[in-house]
Design a protein around this ligand. Sequence first.
Ligand SMILES: O=C1O[C@H](COP(=O)(O)O)[C@@H](O)[C@H](O)[C@H]1O
Length: 234
Amino acid sequence: MLNVTTHSFTDALALAQALADRIAEHLRAGIAERGAALLAVSGGSTPKHVFERLSRQSLDWSKVQVSLVDERWVPESNERSNARLVKSLLLQHAASEAQFVPLYADTATPEAGLAIVKTRIAALALPFDAVILGMGNDGHTASFFPAGDRLDEALDLHSSVRVLPMRAHGAGEPRITFTLPALLQTHALYLHIEGEAKRDLLANTRLGIGEARNYPVRAVLEQSRVPVSVYWCP
Ligand SMILES: O=C1O[C@H](COP(=O)(O)O)[C@@H](O)[C@H](O)[C@H]1O
């Protein structure tokens, strides 16, 4: 896996500042080259400090679109909403000028809302300037869950589908996710993980220990389209 570079930091704040600085550089480059920039971020608990630091970066946020790599199919009033996290921590301060492109629609299921979300996502001018992935303790990334009902479709590098619903036992609620080939349409790809357990899981995954299908993050590490920068701290 020559495609993977790991950057280790002493603590979460040092990591957050370094990653926020890198992402801001990508966004500024996109704005300088094309007059606009596109960022996809993860939800969950790990990105909080990064969002806080990124929200204060000096750049023309009015030219930036921010979306999520995946979303839990819950409204923003729900504490598990990834959109809620992004709005409360990232789209603040300087970054309050950015345009948010949500993956959730107010329908009972992701299948019912898929057409609405697809229309929104089709309007995005890919490639992304940067994509920040996270990883769960079960080896999922985005909503590529072990035994996810549409995992094979989501990881199919020959597919032109950008978003898919996903259901999995360990997911908590139905999901919607960008597919892997869509997320690999990016100038820069980051995998942000924290803690010994995730570091060890990633190391085992890179060694090929365990069934690939049970550790979907392996599909990100093994692809050769985009180099992966892993940002880690204890
Ligand atoms: O459910 C999700 O989990 C992963 C990992 O979350 P964390 O709480 O372990 O940081 C996250 O990357 C993903 O976006 C989210 O939907």
